[in-house]
Design a protein around this ligand. Structure first.
Ligand code: ATP
Length: 439
């Protein structure tokens, strides 16, 4: 099926409580978005699926949760104060602003005027002041990427983690990042506040190329294991002139977004060499090196960095999951989200809401399931309508309590994608569902 349009996704997200325009009652605020009840669940599940694969399932990766505000020296050392900028041009006619490197042709894409200002470099870091005085000495920045928190804690992690990490090893982090982007838009694709999942995987310099290739494949696998159609993903290597100031080589995992956006970056995977550890060693005077027991020598590790956007990933999981199909002459909208990601895992209904025994049994079952998985109980409407509502938000299982349930202690479990139904004994229900919603 062709991807749904972005407008359709924006409207589904608002209607069903995945994503709302931020500060909507004040008319919204510059491409900022809030995750609603279902979006918050989906985002937690997505981050957990990443953490589980990148940290829990590996013996060689530790987690970190560093502060957003850091010493301003961090950003001097990392090169962000001097070079984290985009070339800004302004149209002298309509005063719209654009990134010079994304313009297609010499004219203003808004009004067509040929009169554009010369590009000037615009630093994308958000500046703020720490403490009550707004002066240069109190300047701090909201971090534009999470990874610097990892580099400056390199020694802390190395000295505290047990068993002591041996190269190659990684440090992973999920958290907010902020960039004062010149142009935002396309829903949550590009915003000024967003979340990243980043892994810094430290390797012997001679292993860097092989590890870069391994991580490219592993990150592609993670997306497809969670249900993204492999045809909708591709790798693109950066040309020399595109490379960030710290990178020796970089690939983007791109996703085919709905037209007119098309193929765009979902995650970047770079060989950052020893740039960051070297710069922080130089600027802080604290050497960030690795002592190799086997050779008895210090090594300056290179780092392979898979760096993805949580919000962008969430958007592609929704876009890819969206399906419209015809069932018995009626349109069915279904989000085929992987059960691990689905915001609601199970919905419990009584077959008839005016039958107290059915209601009581269904409510009791929902109560038992709630501590184990996101469960909802609903009784408003005919079963068919309830199923359709759950399909539209990607709930993988619906449990219906009917008259046979009262006699035989069994319930009907209906699976979202196949729409097949199975009778399951209430005693086995939790185990049955648990098995289905794990990896
Ligand atoms: P782009 O080329 O799209 O501006 P980038 O190359 O600057 O992205 P990176 O610095 O590699 O992005 O950041 C890693 C990931 O963080 C990106 O792949 C993307 O998923 C996410 N990301 C970066 N900037 C934004 C943003 N403004 N809004 C939402 N997600 C973002």
């Amino acid at each position: 099926m062709a991807a749904p349009s972005m407008d359709l996704m924006v409207s589904l997200c608002k209607r069903r409580g995945f994503v709302f325009p931020s500060s909507e009652i004040y008319g919204g605020f510059a491409s900022t978005w809030d995750y609603g009840p279902l979006g918050a669940e989906l985002k937690r599940n997505l981050k957990q699926a990443w953490w589980r694969r990148v940290v829990w399932e590996r013996p060689d990766v530790e987690g970190l949760d560093a502060a957003i505000l850091m010493s301003p020296q961090v950003w001097v050392a990392s090169g962000h104060v001097s070079s984290f900028s985009d070339p800004l041009v302004e149209c002298k006619g309509c005063h719209h602003r654009f990134r010079a490197d994304t313009l297609e042709g010499p004219n203003c894409p808004n009004c067509g005027s040929a009169e554009l200002t010369e590009p000037r470099q615009f630093n994308m870091m958000f500046k703020t002041f720490v403490g009550p005085v707004e002066e240069d000495a109190a300047v701090a920045y909201l971090r534009p990427e999470t990874c610097q928190g990892i580099f400056v804690n390199f020694d802390n992690v190395l000295n505290s983690a047990r068993p002591t990490p041996k190269l190659p090893f990684g440090i992973a982090q999920i958290g907010k990042a902020f960039r004062n982007e010149i142009v935002t838009g396309n829903f949550t694709f590009r915003t000024r506040e967003f979340e990243q999942f980043e892994l810094e995987y430290f390797v012997h310099p001679e292993q860097a190329e092989a590890m870069l290739q391994e991580w490219l494949q592993e990150r592609l696998r993670w997306y497809t294991d969670l249900g993204i159609d492999p045809e909708h993903l591709r790798l693109r290597e950066h040309e020399e002139k595109e490379l960030a100031h710290y990178a020796a080589r970089c690939y983007d995992i791109e996703y085919r977004f709905p037209d007119p956006l098309g193929w765009r970056e979902l995650e970047g995977i770079a060989n950052r060499t020893d740039y960051d550890l070297r710069k922080h060693s130089e600027y802080s005077g604290h050497p960030l090196r690795y002592f190799d027991d086997s050779s008895g020598e210090y090594v300056d590790p290179y780092v392979i960095e898979p760096s993805g956007g949580v919000d962008r990933a969430l958007l592609i999981f929704l876009l890819d999951a969206y399906h419209e199909e015809e069932v018995r002459g009626r349109k069915r909208v279904v989000l085929r989200l992987h059960p691990l990601l689905a915001p609601i895992k199970v919905a419990v209904f009584p077959l008839k809401r005016n039958q107290p025994e059915l209601v009581e049994m269904a409510q009791d079952l929902a109560r038992q399931l709630r501590p184990h998985m996101r469960t909802i109980y609903e009784e408003t409407g005919a079963i068919g309508r309830l199923y359709r509502r759950m399909d539209e938000v990607g709930t993988p299982y619906c449990v219906t309590v009917d008259f046979d349930s009262l006699k035989g202690q069994t319930v009907t479990v209906r699976e979202r994608d196949s729409m097949e139904q199975e009778r399951v004994h209430v005693q086995d229900l939790l185990g049955y569902l648990r098995k289905k919603i794990t990896w």
